[in-house]
Design a protein. Structure first.
Length: 489
């Protein structure tokens, strides 16, 4: 009877955490629409997924592996079939600037992968510490502001978090059971995770190293099965990478040094740890440090997991670019260890344990509320384009730079778009502002409240006729938009 009650409590706890996660991620699900470039990474993913959906098996894109793109293309085609919309009509809408259907499909996938991660975190927490701890760990991830934010984006990150965490858990299990099926399964997850974002491929090292460290009699067989699983997982997830291997190698060789770089291009570990501190909270980081020691001392599967987690932390912490979202796969493990650390600190006193757990839950909530506010507020680009349509004269020539309001084919303006600010940078470098006077209006935006060099030069050369600002700007939300008139009417 006690076992049945425990299982039911676990089911209810998992369901509650997943429902909470779903509710938070459903808020402002359609943020930024109908902007086609609300989030530049979403637009890139959508563009190449559209190519795959049209029948181009290898879209020639290697900045990301292909698993998420292939899934998006497949679900988009399935959605068209269910709704009775032809692919030709969908393509025409997309070409005309309407990417809402594809963007919402991508966000829907991220939504589902985020819920899957919450459920998997619950499972691991229950396995290692019981149903109550599992529920708390899942809830911590459900309300985490960084995970909530990126679950709203139709990009690769939500799936990368799910598969990377699953890979670490499976490798830890393989370290204990050391069987051929276990090696193959762990390898397959390494391959699939690397087919979403390349960096989980680093787990090839423990996949090979675990049998060798354990000095298994069948070490060679385990390594072989693991590598076979990894090759199969990556091939199934991102076949286009294999098909365009020379192009992939060229692109990867160009991008990797810019992001991963070498130690010394950024302060090692500090930006990554600062991101964890800000987005998980000081309490979670502090208790996770204690929990890491508990995991390590307890030995077994949990020690292996802690070692893999620490290895990933160090690996990411030595990149030359250490953006907060790059560290997202660390958060599930961080919360697992934080909950265990709180329990150890309470020394068996339940009231103290519940107080510590409460602190873990409450700390990130203000930041989560700000994330939901940013997502829910009408984007400044949408408000700015409404102003432009009401105030710019028909027939006006407009130059707009990156991350600015978008105009449609029915708008009565002649619009040139400098997507990557190449013209702007050239004008600023040469000081020849006259090159912009061939347009009636220039629209510029920045993700900062501070006036940078571009704003200073534009404001001195032209008349500022409108400024649109909203909540504190943070990519990809609410850039400060400025509209300049270049000529006296």
């Amino acid at each position: 009877m006690r076992r049945i009650l425990t299982e039911r409590r676990g089911i209810f706890g998992c369901a509650a955490a997943v429902l909470l996660a779903a509710g938070l991620r459903a808020v402002a699900f359609g943020w930024g629409l109908p902007l086609k470039y609300a989030h530049i990474d979403e637009s890139v993913v959508s563009f190449y997924a559209m190519r795959i959906a049209s029948g181009v098996f290898n879209p020639g894109f290697y900045d990301y592996p292909g698993l998420f793109l292939n899934l998006l293309a497949g679900f988009f085609r399935a959605g068209l079939a269910l709704t009775g919309v032809s692919f030709a009509d969908a393509t025409l809408r997309y070409a005309a600037g309407d990417s809402a259907a594809l963007t919402l499909t991508a966000r829907g996938l991220s939504f589902l992968f985020a819920l899957g991660t919450v459920a998997l975190v619950f499972r691991m927490g229950r396995r290692w510490a019981g149903a109550v701890a599992g529920t708390l760990v899942a809830t911590l991830l459900a309300v985490n502001p960084l995970h909530v934010r990126h679950s709203h984006y139709g990009t690769v990150d939500a799936l990368a978090v799910l598969l990377t965490f699953w890979t670490m858990a499976r490798l830890a299990a393989f370290a204990m059971d050391r069987s051929r099926p276990g090696a193959f399964q762990a390898g397959a997850l390494v391959g699939l995770a690397a087919a979403v974002k390349y960096f989980p491929g680093i787990f090839i090292l423990p996949l090979i190293g675990i049998p060798l460290v354990k000095k298994d009699r069948d070490a060679a067989a385990f390594v072989g099965w693991g590598l076979a699983g990894a090759a199969l997982g990556f091939a199934l997830g991102s076949p286009s990478t294999w098909l365009g291997l020379p192009d992939f190698m060229a692109r990867f060789g160009h991008l990797a040094p810019k992001i991963v770089g070498t130690p010394g291009h950024a302060v090692p570990l500090v930006p990554t740890l600062a991101g964890l501190w800000a987005n998980a909270g000081p309490a979670a980081v502090g208790m996770a440090a204690v929990g890491f020691a508990v995991f390590w001392i307890s030995g077994g599967e949990r020690r292996w997991f802690a070692g893999l987690w620490a290895g990933l932390l160090v690996f990411l912490g030595f990149w030359s670019v250490q953006s907060d979202h790059y560290a997202l796969p660390l958060y599930p493990g961080l919360f697992l260890m934080a909950v265990d650390g709180a329990r150890w600190l309470s020394r068996g006193r339940k009231k103290i344990c519940w107080v510590l757990w409460g602190v873990l839950l409450i700390t990130p909530l203000p930041r989560t509320a700000r994330v939901l506010r940013d997502l829910s507020a009408p984007d400044t680009r949408l408000r700015a384009v409404s102003w432009a349509r009401a105030n710019l004269p028909a027939g006006a020539t407009v130059l707009r730079f990156a991350h600015t309001p978008e105009f449609g084919p029915r708008d009565p303006y002649r619009v040139r778009v400098d997507f990557t600010n190449v013209l702007l940078e050239d004008v600023l470098a040469t000081g020849d502002m006259s090159r912009l006077k061939g347009f009636d209006y220039v629209i510029h935006s920045e993700y900062t409240d501070q006036e940078g060099p571009a704003v200073d030069r534009l404001s001195r050369a032209f008349s500022l006729v409108h400024r649109e600002a909203g909540p504190a700007p943070r990519f990809p939300h609410h850039p400060v938009v400025r509209v300049y008139r270049t000529r006296v009417p």
